[in-house]
Design a protein around this ligand. Structure first.
Ligand SMILES: Nc1ncnc2c1ncn2[C@@H]1O[C@H](COP(=O)(O)OP(=O)(O)O)[C@@H](O)[C@H]1O
Ligand SMILES: O=C(CO)[C@@H](O)[C@H](O)COP(=O)(O)O
Length: 479
C-alpha cells in the first residue's frame, strides 16, 4: 500500500493541501480554503483555513508525514502564554517602510559606515518593509505596550506548524513556546538570521526589538532540511517546512540555471544557487533554500492582483481578460500600466500608487487595457530576471508557476517580453508539493530527497517584443 504524505501551502490568499504518494510523488487528493483579505490578519484564520483545506482534501487518514510551506516574513507576536498579541503584519504590509530605513541607519551608525552595505555583506539582505525585522521595529516604535508583552516571535509557517504539532493548542490549552521551530529558508527572510552560519544575529535582532531582548524573546529553533519538528497529536510526523518560495523551488526540483517565476499575490523571481548573493541595492534578497543552498530572490508586491484589478475595471472573467489581451498588439498601442496598487517593494517604493500612462482617444480600449495589465505584470518579472543576471546568477530555464500562470495571456506573452522560452509546468500547487516532498524526505530518510518527476510541462516560445519593456521602463522611471 502507498505511503502517504501531505504538503501545505499557507499562502497570502489561501491554504492549499496536497496529499501525495511519498515514494512516487503521485497526487492522491487535494483541497483548499480561502484566507481573509488584508495585509494584517489574525493567525487563527490560517488555522481555520488549514482545517477546512484538510477536510476538503478528504482528511489526513493514512497520511504518515506532513510539512508546511508558508508566506514569508509575516510577524506573529506571541505573549508568554502563547496568545497572539495582535493581528500578524504580513509581508505586503508597507507601514514598516520607515522602520526598515531606521534599521539600515542604525546599523550604519554601529559600523561607522553604510548600513545597507553592512546588512548585505553580513547577512545577504537589506531590510525593506516586508521583512520581519522591519515589522518588529515598527511594533517597538508604534505599539510599545504590545512590544513589552512579546515573549516569542514566529513566522506564519512556524506558527501554523506549532498549531499542527499541538503545542499551539486550542484556546485555553497550554502552549509551549520552546516547541516553536522554523527552517533556514524561512528564517533567512527575517533580516536577523545569518543563513551562512545558521544562527540568529543578536545585534541585528536587538536593532529591531530593543536592547536586551535577544535573551528574553523566544525565536523558533532552526531545523535541518529533513529534520522533524515533532508529531501531530495523531502521531503524524511533521517535517521542517519552509518559506513558500523555497518550498516551490524544492517542489519543482529546481537546479542551478533554473529561474522560478511565481505569479501569486507576490511576483517572485528566484534561483537556486550554491553561493549567497549580496546586493547592496536590496533588489535581490540573498535568502536560503529548503536544502543547504541559497535562494537569491526578487519579489514584487503587485502580481496576480494586477489581473484582478484589470478584470474589475473591465467587468470580465479571467478568460475574457486573456482573450482581450491577446487580441491587442504588443505595447498596447502605447498604453503602459505601472501597477503599484499596493505600493511596491521592488523597486522599493512603498508609498507609490499605480498609474496608466499614454492614454489617447484611439488607444484607450478594453483590449489595450487588458494587454497593458499583462505586460505590466511580465515587465516587473523581467526586471527581476535582469537583477539576478546582473549579480551573476545563471539563467538557463524559466519556470512559470502560481495562480496568475493559469492565464493563457500570461503564458503566451511571457516569452515575448522575456525574450526567452518559458516552461510552464502542469497547473498545480508547487509550494504545497515542495512541502509534501520535504515531508516525504523526513519520513523516508536518506541523504537525498525522493526524486519526484515533474510531469506535463509545456514550453512557450515567441518572437521578442522589446518595445514592451522599453516603454514600461520609461513610464516607470517617470514616477
Ligand atoms: N484563470 C486565471 N487567470 C489569471 N489569474 C488567475 C486565474 N486563476 C487564479 N488566478 C490568480 O491567482 C491568484 C492567486 O494565486 P496564488 O498563487 O494562489 O496566490 P497566493 O500564493 O499569493 O495566495 C489570484 O489573485 C488570481 O489573480
Ligand atoms: O514576501 C515574499 C517573498 O519574499 C512573498 O513571496 C510571500 O512569501 C508571499 O507569497 P505569495 O503568497 O504571494 O505566494
Amino acid at each position: 500500500m502507498a505511503r502517504l504524505v501531505a504538503g501545505v501551502d499557507s499562502s497570502t490568499q489561501s491554504c492549499k493541501v496536497v496529499i501525495r504518494d511519498a515514494e512516487t510523488g503521485a497526487l492522491v487528493r487535494s483541497g483548499s480554503a480561502k484566507h481573509p483579505d488584508g495585509t494584517s490578519v489574525h493567525p487563527r484564520f490560517w488555522w481555520q483555513a488549514y482545517q477546512e483545506a484538510v477536510a476538503a482534501a478528504g482528511g489526513l487518514d493514512g497520511v504518515e508525514a506532513i510539512a508546511v510551506g508558508g508566506q514569508q516574513h509575516g510577524l506573529v507576536a506571541l505573549d508568554e502564554n502563547g496568545e497572539v498579541i495582535r493581528d500578524a503584519l504580513l509581508w505586503n504590509d508597507t507601514r514598516s517602510a520607515g522602520a526598515a530605513l531606521d534599521l539600515i541607519a542604525d546599523l550604519g551608525d554601529a559600523r561607522d559606515g553604510d548600513g545597507a552595505q553592512a546588512y548585505a555583506s553580513e547577512i545577504g539582505v537589506v531590510p525593506v518593509a516586508s521583512f520581519t525585522a522591519s515589522k518588529v521595529r515598527w511594533l517597538r516604535d508604534n505599539e510599545p505596550e504590545n512590544m513589552a508583552r512579546v515573549a516569542a516571535i514566529a513566522l506564519p509557517h512556524d506558527w501554523l506548524m506549532w498549531q499542527i504539532i499541538g503545542a499551539g493548542g486550542e484556546p485555553g490549552a497550554a502552549r509551549d513556546l520552546s516547541a516553536l521551530a522554523t527552517d533556514r529558508s524561512d528564517a533567512s527572510g527575517t533580516a536577523y538570521f545569518n543563513s551562512v552560519t545558521g544562527f540568529y544575529e543578536r545585534e541585528l535582532f536587538e536593532l529591531a526589538a530593543g536592547p536586551g531582548t535577544f535573551e528574553r524573546i523566544v525565536l523558533p529553533r532552526i531545523l535541518g532540511p529533513r529534520e522533524s519538528a515533532g508529531t501531530t497529536p495523531d502521531g503524524i510526523v511533521v517535517g521542517p517546512g519552509a518559506g513558500d518560495n523555497a518550498a516551490a523551488a524544492f517542489g519543482l526540483g529546481a537546479a542551478a540555471g533554473d529561474i522560478v517565476l511565481s505569479v501569486g499575490t507576490s511576483g517572485v523571481v528566484s534561483a537556486v544557487s550554491a553561493r549567497q548573493v549580496c546586493d547592496v541595492t536590496g533588489n535581490v534578497a540573498g535568502f536560503a533554500a529548503a536544502t543547504g543552498d541559497f535562494l537569491p530572490l526578487v519579489c514584487t508586491i503587485n502580481a496576480s492582483r494586477i489581473l484582478d484589478v484589470a478584470r474589475r475595471i473591465l467587468g470580465v472573467s479571467y478568460d475574457e481578460l486573456a482573450q482581450l489581451a491577446l487580441s491587442a498588439q504588443p505595447g498596447a498601442g502605447g498604453l503602459v500600466l505601472i501597477p503599484y496598487f499596493e505600493g511596491e517593494r521592488t523597486p522599493n517604493r512603498p508609498d507609490a500608487t499605480g498609474a496608466l500612462h499614454g492614454m489617447r482617444l484611439e488607444n484607450t480600449t478594453p483590449a489595450n487595457i487588458a494587454r497593458a495589465a499583462v505586460e505590466a505584470l511580465l515587465c516587473s518579472l523581467a526586471d527581476g530576471i535582469d537583477a539576478l543576471r546582473e549579480l551573476g546568477v545563471e539563467v538557463k530555464r524559466l519556470l512559470l508557476i502560481g495562480g496568475g500562470a493559469q492565464s493563457p495571456a500570461t503564458r503566451a506573452l511571457a516569452p515575448a517580453v522575456f525574450g526567452l522560452p518559458v516552461t510552464v509546468p502542469a497547473a498545480g500547487e508547487y509550494v504545497a508539493d515542495g512541502a509534501a516532498r520535504q515531508a516525504a524526505w523526513t519520513l523516508l530518510g536518506g541523504s537525498e530527497p525522493p526524486a519526484w518527476p515533474l510531469a506535463g510541462a509545456q514550453v512557450f516560445e515567441a518572437e521578442p517584443t522589446p518595445v514592451v519593456r522599453e516603454q514600461y521602463a520609461a513610464a516607470r522611471d517617470k514616477l
